[in-house]
Ligand binder design. Structure first.
Ligand SMILES: C[S@@+](CC[C@H](N)C(=O)[O-])C[C@H]1O[C@@H](n2cnc3c(N)ncnc32)[C@H](O)[C@@H]1O
Length: 261
């Protein structure tokens, strides 16, 4: 496959770098993704060796079905930078990446993922405030936010009025999705709807949330995931549809004409 048309509205099961390397330069408008966070390479003992602690009940205690989420830090950073490089190569000159990640404290120091994004054209950081969560011990406040790096090529512009959304977004988690770390559909609808992108790529597609949101908004998607189970999950969700209790027509009329909050 080397024409972008061969990839449209497809979920491809494979390693994202290998798949992206076959895709043509400047062929997509937007990448929206949440990579594995390498959470099991952690100074918090429970997540690392399963003894419990603050991560005792975390959904990702066992990693993903085909990725253990426990790489040496330097290797993880190099991998993520390579993924971002490939996404940048695939983006048109007015394209952008919405790259979701989590900041954390390791050995008393802030791990703010600067080592991953440095040198890429980070334009803005959006805070995704998740409204609650589960687990955690009495020594820690419940973590409720993640960050979304907007990494934008020079000619990228938001859809009309989308700038009124601000940079702190309150969105609950999707508690009905069996994937261990899914996006809520609403979050991705907001991202895609804030742009005029026609072709949206998610190289870490998981349960297919980016595809579902793109389809809801009448855009085209390309999804990649290394796990056959999650790819199957994504296919089923896309087929079934997920409209947050709204009709697709209502969603289409919300974006991008009126993104006011
Ligand atoms: C944070 S999850 C993404 C969840 C997704 N946003 C959703 O809403 O379901 C990260 C995903 O990356 C996938 N993954 C891990 N290594 C990969 C690789 N080398 N290539 C493609 N996907 C990979 C995992 O299987 C997992 O589904």
């Amino acid at each position: 496959m080397n024409s972008i048309n061969d990839y449209l509205n497809k979920i491809i099961c494979g390693d994202c770098i290998e798949v992206m390397q076959k895709m043509p330069n400047k062929s997509i408008d937007l990448a929206v993704t949440s990579p594995p966070y390498n959470l099991k390479n952690s100074t918090g003992n429970g997540m690392k060796d399963g003894r419990g602690g603050k991560w005792a009940n975390a959904a990702l205690q066992n990693g993903y079905s085909h990725h253990d989420d426990c790489m040496p830090h330097e290797k993880y950073v190099a991998w993520q930078r390579k993924c971002l490089e490939e996404m940048m190569r695939l983006l048109k000159d007015d394209g952008a990446i919405f790259y979701n990640h989590k900041w954390r404290v390791q050995n008393g120091l802030l791990q703010d993922r600067q080592d991953i994004v440095s040198g890429f054209p980070v334009r803005q950081i959006i805070i995704w405030h998740r409204n609650g969560g589960i687990n955690f011990n009495k020594g820690y406040f419940l973590p409720t936010y993640e960050v979304i790096y907007l990494i934008a090529k020079k000619n990228f512009k938001l859809a009309p009025k989308a700038n009124a959304l601000g940079d702190v977004w309150d969105m609950g988690q999707d508690l009905n999705n069996p994937h261990p770390a899914p996006f809520p559909v609403e979050l991705i609808e907001r991202i895609i709807g804030s742009t005029t992108a026609e072709i949206v790529l998610d190289p870490f597609m998981g349960s297919g949330t980016t595809a579902v949101a793109a389809k809801n908004l009448g855009r085209k998607y390309i999804g990649i995931d290394v796990s056959p189970e999650y790819c199957q999950m994504a296919e089923e969700r896309i087929k079934k549809g997920h409209f947050n209790g709204k009709k697709q027509q209502d969603l289409l009329s919300l974006f991008p004409q009126d993104c006011s909050v």
